[in-house]
Design a protein around this ligand. Structure first.
Ligand code: FE
Length: 250
């Protein structure tokens, strides 16, 4: 599994584990943050990537420990392997309070169910050693109970499905205007409303962001690229804004 370092300092590393080319399954990124020997994995993926993502994570952690698992929302490409991650580590996992009782349907063992914790609707802070992450609310983008993670050390915003692109052959967006065609269809159909997009844009403009890393496709690096993306979201009509009236199929 190829990995890319997105940020590195003395005691902090942000690593992208790429999962390209899995037949019918949508391409997905797994992100690992290691701070002072402790690990946080974000949206660790489904069964097809579990064993490779786990062994890669263990190799990168070395003598360190996986402390937390973060699930941005309830989709199978994110939580299908929840049981495996909890059974083989002592990590505590976080997901929206809306979904915490649905995850056990993926076969969560009784032994680990108490290590799955609910994120309240307004979001929360999470300390890992002396690094304080923020779980930012991003509801309806696209899931009704949906969170993103801001890392104040690397200044990376992990945006989950927001910013997802499909069909690119690069991992870093080189040209924003050229990149729109890989995002537009997905965002118009999956993101629930322009109201949620505008509220998100207003919230994230208050943060110091160097890189936005979605769960699918390429990431956005640098202040200029980040603000292009935030502005694009701010102005996008999507979801219920552009839906057509339902009709009974012929
Ligand atoms: Fe999703």
């Amino acid at each position: 599994m190829p990995s890319t370092i997105l940020f590195e300092s003395k005691n902090h590393r942000n690593i992208l584990l790429e999962d390209f080319g899995h037949g019918q399954a949508v391409q997905a990124n797994q992100h690992l943050v290691i701070h002072a020997g402790a690990g946080l994995i974000l949206d660790p993926g489904g069964h097809k990537v579990f064993s490779r993502a786990m062994s890669e994570t263990n190799a990168l952690l070395g003598t360190g420990q996986l402390r937390y698992v973060f699930f941005s929302h309830q989709d199978p490409d994110i939580i299908a392997a929840a049981n495996g991650w909890l059974m083989t580590t002592n990590a505590v996992a976080y997901i929206s309070a809306l979904w915490v009782r649905f995850v056990p349907h993926f076969g969560l063992d009784q032994l680990v169910a108490n290590r799955l914790r609910a994120i309240p609707d307004q979001g929360m802070r999470l300390d890992m050693e002396d690094c304080r992450f923020t779980f930012l609310p991003a509801h309806f983008l696209h899931s009704p109970g949906n969170f993103q993670v801001y890392d104040p050390v690397s200044r990376i915003l992990y945006s989950g499905d927001l910013g997802a692109s499909l069909g690119t052959d690069y991992i870093e967006v080189p040209d924003f205007d050229e990149h729109i065609k890989y995002m537009e269809g997905f965002h118009r159909r999956y993101m629930a409303s322009g109201k949620a997009m505008r509220s998100w844009a207003r919230m994230v403009r208050s943060l110091d962001i160097e890189l936005i890393a979605p769960q699918h496709g390429a990431f956005f690096r640098g202040k200029a690229m980040v603000s292009r993306f935030v502005d694009w979201c701010d102005g996008l009509e999507c979801g219920v804004d552009v839906m057509t009236d339902f009709a009974v199929p012929a």
